[in-house]
Design a protein. Sequence first.
Length: 139
Amino acid sequence: MLSRRRLVTSTALGVALGVAGLRDLPAQAAPVVPGEQTHNDLVLRGYNRRFIARPRRIHVPGTAEEARQAVGAAVREGLRPAARSGGHCFEDFVDNSETQVIVDLKRLREIAWDERYRAFAVGAGATLETVYQGWPHGM
């Protein structure tokens, strides 16, 4: 039986790994670890302050391949990963005390039109604001 948590995880990771990311943000090749100011900013990024994660590291991939590598490394090391996209979260799914690695998908926010399939592709890190601002006019 597929739990809600496993469904949400597999869906989020599937979308993240299937969408190309923007290249205009600074590269984040190395994970962010506790003690760095960026780490604290990323931990407190969620909207629900009742739940705050204490991850060992946070990855901010700029490509689907970097996201795949971050998740793969966490799994190989036996660490519990969680993917965060758009800044929202179901209860304490990402911002959970048991989360050891966060893969923050905020850089994967591309919006594109695929003429072949006549469909839009929206990156996993896109917020509604990003979608509304980037939505092509006249389509």
